[in-house]
Design a binder for this molecule. Sequence first.
Ligand SMILES: *Cc1c(COP(=O)(O)O)cnc(C)c1O
Length: 427
Amino acid sequence: MKNWNVETTCVQGGYRPGNGEPRQVPIVQSTTFKYDTSEDMAKLFDLEASGYFYTRLQNPTNDLVAAKIAALEGGTAGMLTSSGQAANFFAIFNIANSGDHVVSSSSIYGGTFNLFNVTMRKMGIEFTFVSPDCTPEELEAAFRPNTKAVFGESIANPALTVLDFEKFARAAHAHGVPLIVDNTFPTPVNCRPIEFGVDIVTHSTTKYMDGHGTAVGGAIVDSGKFDWMAHADKFPGLTTPDESYHGITYAEKFGLAGAFITKCTAQLMRDFGSIQSPQNAFYLNLGLESLHVRMAQHCKNGLALAKLLANDPRVESVSYPGLPGDRYYETARKYMPNGTCGVVSFCLKDGREAAEEFMKHLKVFAIETHVADARSCCLHPASSTHRQLTEEELIACGVPGSLIRMSCGLEGTEDLLADVQNALDAI
Ligand SMILES: *Cc1c(COP(=O)(O)O)cnc(C)c1O
């Protein structure tokens, strides 16, 4: 399966049915699994054999879908989680504990920012936020002796900044820590961060991967490239014996390819239980089967809308990394040459009231707290997801009061453009 291209992997990756077995990924809707002897089961509990015993830890349906996502990203191992929030929490908490520190891009999803800045701080993990556009010197200055990871989003939701993977990877590796990237917006169809030095990739599969607004979910993929043993003192959880598993040392027993995901499953999934249901993994897989076809249409619609907005005199600014002239156009060309995503954000010259008025006149785009869906939708962050923030805080996180986030779905391009044109004319 290694040599398949992205299209074939979307359709057939992860699952190779045997003779007479179901063609579609079977939904193993079972919490538990039967064994002939207690010794057989003991081997599983000791991580001496691989297999299933309880769905909170692992389930065959989830594993097949995770394997497909890992193959799409070019990683060595993957796991599903109940949500994108759980994926980002696990990816960091697997290597950073109380007393540790993480460097993060400031341009990230609001829910992730809150997870880091409020909840994980309460757990004793400190975060330093840096602009994705920081100089190498500014990035360097953010590190501390107890830094354990660097985090960013390939295309940030909702600011649509594009992360310079090589700049962030160079800094992370110089300090002996991995770079973790949330690749939700471009998806592995358009961007494969591991090829540019990223060590661990996360996803909110709720967005384009599912793509139909059916199932909340997340995923984590390990590149298998980060050498935990070479920085053993920083990552004792991977490089010293785990007493809760009879003294297994993950980095020794599972090697570069498997240590991170095995530890994450064996410890964090065991203890926090943020599993994706097998039924939702099945829906996710249906979405993945057409991801490569859908992304092209999302991008086509996104670019057409960005062009229309950029040429309208009532529009103050447009952000779309696929639009020539956009601040991140060149970075996007380098890391995602085939396209970016279907999300476009823009500000109206007449500010916040005009933004709210504009949205009232849309008929195809629906007002929703969602993005990256087959159906076009839009959101005014200042009056919804970001409404706790002051005007100054809104500007600091790249979401001014007049900003509207449009998520172009899979509808016909002309209908989407006509809808936006009509709403612009109505304000
Ligand atoms: C939505 C989103 C998340 C959170 O994912 P959920 O599945 O809603 O928990 C994380 N990162 C990005 C970039 C997102 O867009």
